[in-house]
Design a protein around this ligand. Structure first.
Ligand SMILES: [Zn+2]
Length: 97
């Protein structure tokens, strides 16, 4: 019996630099966001995403890591999709746009 999961549990946070204009989603922060933190399920599918500036994204990463959430930077996304999660100590932000 097929049992589709329509409310997938996020298991990892994908981190990547954004190139569109968005305000940091941290409460009361008025800075422009530079990074997106995208929660993905076990199959690497999008669950939800927030945009943040670097500093606030680090706060989120540390919080999610404490909850046993896997963190993958943009260079690890391919492995993420294969279900092979990698833990990066410090996300690689890439170069500023
Ligand atoms: Zn912020």
């Amino acid at each position: 019996m097929l049992n589709p999961d329509f409310d997938p549990e996020p298991v990892a946070v994908r981190i990547f630099r954004i190139h569109f204009v968005s305000k940091c989603k941290a409460p009361r922060c008025l800075e422009r966001a530079t990074i997106a933190a995208e929660k993905v399920d076990r199959a690497g599918r999008h669950v939800r995403q927030i945009e943040l500036r670097d500093w606030h994204c680090e706060v989120v990463i540390n919080r999610e890591r404490a909850r046993e959430m896997k963190i993958a930077d943009q260079f690890q996304v391919a492995r993420l999709k294969a279900g092979d999660f990698l833990e990066s100590k410090k996300p690689n932000w890439g170069t500023m746009p």
